[in-house]
Structure formats: C-alpha cells, structure tokens
Design a protein around this ligand. Structure first.
Ligand SMILES: Nc1ncnc2c1ncn2[C@@H]1O[C@H](COP(=O)(O)OP(=O)(O)O)[C@@H](O)[C@H]1O
Ligand SMILES: [Mg+2]
Length: 400
C-alpha cells in the first residue's frame, strides 16, 4: 500500500489548533469537510495525530461511523477512556500506595480507585479534564464523521458536552482542549455550527484540502523509478486524470495498477489510459446512482427529487412538497405515506437519506447533488428507465 505523507499540512493544522497561527479561529474548534474517499481518515490518523503528538499534545481519535448503531457519546467516552488508561495506572498506584480509597486529583475529580479505568459516573467533561490533568498535556479530540452525532439526541448531548468542556478547559492564550471534527458533507456538518441552538454556533466549516499536485508528483516519481521506460511521466495529464477520479486516491491507484500491469493491453501512453479510466469511473458512478434512483417507488423518487432540488431548504410535509409529490406521481400523497417513503429511503443499504434527531432530512451522499445538478444542466432530469420508454402510455414509473 502506497501512502503519500502530508506532514506539512498536518503540522500547519496542529499549530493552528494550538492557537499558534495568527488570524485563525481553529483553537475554538476545527471543522473539516471533504467528499467521501478523498483521504480524510487517512490524513487524520496517519498525519494529524502524529503531528499533534510531536507538538506535545495527547490526541484522541474516534470515528462515529465505526459503529453507527452505538451512542456517539459512548463511543467518544470510550476513546477518551482508552487514552486515559495508561495515565490512570500511575494515579491508581499512587492512590493505593497512599492507602486511600479515593484520591482527589488537583481537587477536581474524585477518582474511585475501585473503578479506575472505567468511565462510570464521569461526564465527558470530567473525563477530558482527567486526561488533560493526568497526562499533564493539552488534549486534542479528533472526531471523524462528526455529523453522525446529530442523528441522535445522545449524540447532540455529547456535542454540547464537548463545547462545554472546551469552554471550561481553555483560557485566553492557553488551549488545553482542541476539537477537530471531520465530515463528508458540508451541509450536514453545518448543522453543528450555523443555528443559534447549534453546539458550535459561529464556528466556520473549512474545506479539507484535497490531495493535489504534490501527490501526483510523488506518484510520478514512483512510476519513473519503477518503470524508467515510461519517463518522463506527464504529470499534468495524470493530475487531470486524478481530478477525473474525483480526487479519490484509491480509485486512481487501482486504475494505475491496472494500466501499468504487464497484462494490460494498452498501446499508447499510460497517462491517456488513466484519463480514459477516470471517464469510465464517472460513467460507472453515474450509472450506479441512476439505477438506485430508478429502483425506487414513484413516491420515493419524488421525495428524493425534492430533497435534491431544495437541499437544506427541504421540508418533507409542507403544502408545496405534497403538491410536488402529487404532480410527479399522479397520486395524492398523505404525510404518513411520505414518512414511509422517507423511512424506506433511510433503511436501504446503502442508505440514500440521512435524518437528524430534530427531524431534518438530507441525501446521504453529497455526490448525488452533483449528479442531479449535472443532469439538470444537461436537460436530462429525471432519469427514465428503458422500460418506461417502451411502455405506451402506461404508468411509466411502475406502481407502488
Ligand atoms: N495520502 C494518501 N496516499 C495514498 N492513498 C491514500 C491517501 N489517503 C487516502 N488514500 C486512499 O484512499 C482511500 C480512502 O481514504 P479515506 O482516508 O478512507 O477517505 P475518507 O475518510 O475521506 O472517506 C484509502 O483507503 C486509501 O486507499
Ligand atoms: Mg473516513
């Protein structure tokens, strides 16, 4: 597995998080969005966590998608608990040595030595404080796919607790708790920061930089080293191909492996074959979304269409929406039926629709918005099945 290190970017973000960069608000929380599979998790784990450690910070990483069935608050608490473990051992020893059942650490936390290492009874705020004080270092909590916290009340509460921990632990000029939240969808992440009731109201969402020319140069050098016959590699062309793959390194690397394989039957330059492979990938992605869409019942299609059309302004049951569904399906849609349609869009594997604990809906994969917009621009919306083209005057989209 080839991994391109992004050390400079990681060090820069680590500095900003510590409040060491001017004109940055990162010490109040850093919110990073970039599409799926563009390398967020790889960067956070492989580059940012080590950079934080180098800077003398204790990093705690948790991925809220690792187990979507579990309470995000518990997942976060467990991650903090794991980071706390090595430090608590030392505290426990001290406490036992002193013959105390309970030891008051710096006067804030009653550590029950019989329960040491467990987070029972500790709030997230306590746990973070415990970690900070026992490690005697600032703590950075990195939450991957943080938007998932918004899908349950427990998750929302966890976010509110984190904000409160940040406010309690940090002082002007002294950052003891850094928060990094990443997500695949800017619109969903926005719900953490953009309404006055949102836990991190006022913070900005930043775009997590995509892998860029530096990554392509790195790959170009590797190719030239392994296949001197292919030098010089056309890096511009390779970069265009990478963008064609939606800047998703995995698909790009797979295609590269294929075109460079001794078994590949390409005649011209491999860079051109990469451009072709990128186009093919786009066609495949679009075909997948089209077949997902066409496989839906008429009301589900209409609901998804409305959601794609309105984005954050989507309201599933308002009069306008109901009129729209009726117009598209030719049948009156009751709120109950719409709710069923939304539920089935949410329960599909993979899910097409996302729902927050407050009853807000959004498409699960933001790539669908780009697909929708492109088709609209090309006057090619909605997708129509081949079958409906052949049916004469029948119920084109099938029945529900
Ligand atoms: N810096 C990198 N160098 C090489 N390949 C990478 C890099 N970052 C990501 N990848 C590849 O892309 C895949 C998806 O990356 P991931 O970090 O899981 O994306 P995300 O979290 O944005 O969905 C990884 O499994 C890996 O194969
Ligand atoms: Mg990820």
């Amino acid at each position: 597995m080839i991994s391109f290190p992004r050390t400079a970017l990681a060090d820069e973000l680590a500095r900003a998080l510590q409040g060491k960069a001017s004109f940055s608000d990162a010490h109040n929380g850093m919110f990073l969005a970039a599409p799926r599979r563009t390398g967020k998790t790889t960067f956070l784990r492989g580059d940012l966590l080590p950079a934080l450690e180098r800077a003398g910070v204790v990093p705690v990483y948790v991925d809220l998608w690792a187990d979507v069935a579990r309470d995000p608050g518990v997942l976060i608490a467990e991650a903090i608990g794991r980071a706390l473990q090595p430090h608590l051992g030392r505290v426990a020893k001290l406490a036992k040595g002193a013959g105390l059942e309970k030891l008051s650490l710096a006067g804030w936390l009653q550590v029950d030595t019989s329960k040491i290492g467990k987070l029972d009874g500790l709030t997230l705020v306590d746990a973070l404080r415990a970690l900070h004080e026992t490690a005697e270092k600032p703590v950075a909590l990195v939450i991957d796919e943080a938007q998932h916290a918004l899908t349950s009340e427990a998750g929302e509460n966890a976010m509110t607790a984190l904000k409160s921990a940040r406010d309690q632990l940090n002082r002007p000029g002294e950052v003891n708790l850094m928060l990094v939240m990443s997500g695949s969808d800017r619109d969903k992440l926005l719900r953490l920061v953009n309404s006055s009731g949102a836990p991190f109201y006022g913070s900005q969402i930043q775009r997590m930089p995509l892998l860029d020319q530096a990554f392509i140069d790195f790959i170009g050098e590797l190719v030239e080293k392994q296949r001197p016959d292919l030098a010089p590699v056309d890096r511009d062309c390779l970069h265009k191909a990478f963008e064609g793959f939606g800047s998703r390194p995995q698909f790009f690397m797979e295609a590269l492996g294929q075109v460079l394989s001794p078994l590949a039957s390409i005649s011209g330059r491999f860079e051109l074959a990469m451009l072709e492979a990128a186009l093919q990938r786009q066609r495949d992605d679009e075909a997948q979304m089209e077949s997902d869409y066409l496989g839906l019942k008429p009301l589900e299609q209409a609901v998804l269409w409305r959601m794609l059309e309105l984005g954050p302004r989507f309201r599933p049951y308002d009069a306008e929406a109901l009129k729209f569904y009726q117009f598209q399906t030719g049948k009156a849609a009751s709120a109950a039926k719409v709710q069923n349609a939304l539920e089935s869009l949410r329960q599909r594997m993979p899910a097409l629709v996302w729902k927050s604990a407050r009853g807000e809906y959004a498409v699960e994969d933001a790539a669908m918005h780009r697909w929708f917009e492109a088709r609209k621009t090309a006057n090619n919306w909605p997708p129509r099945s081949l079958q409906s083209d052949l049916a004469f005057g029948g119920d084109a989209a099938g029945s529900d």
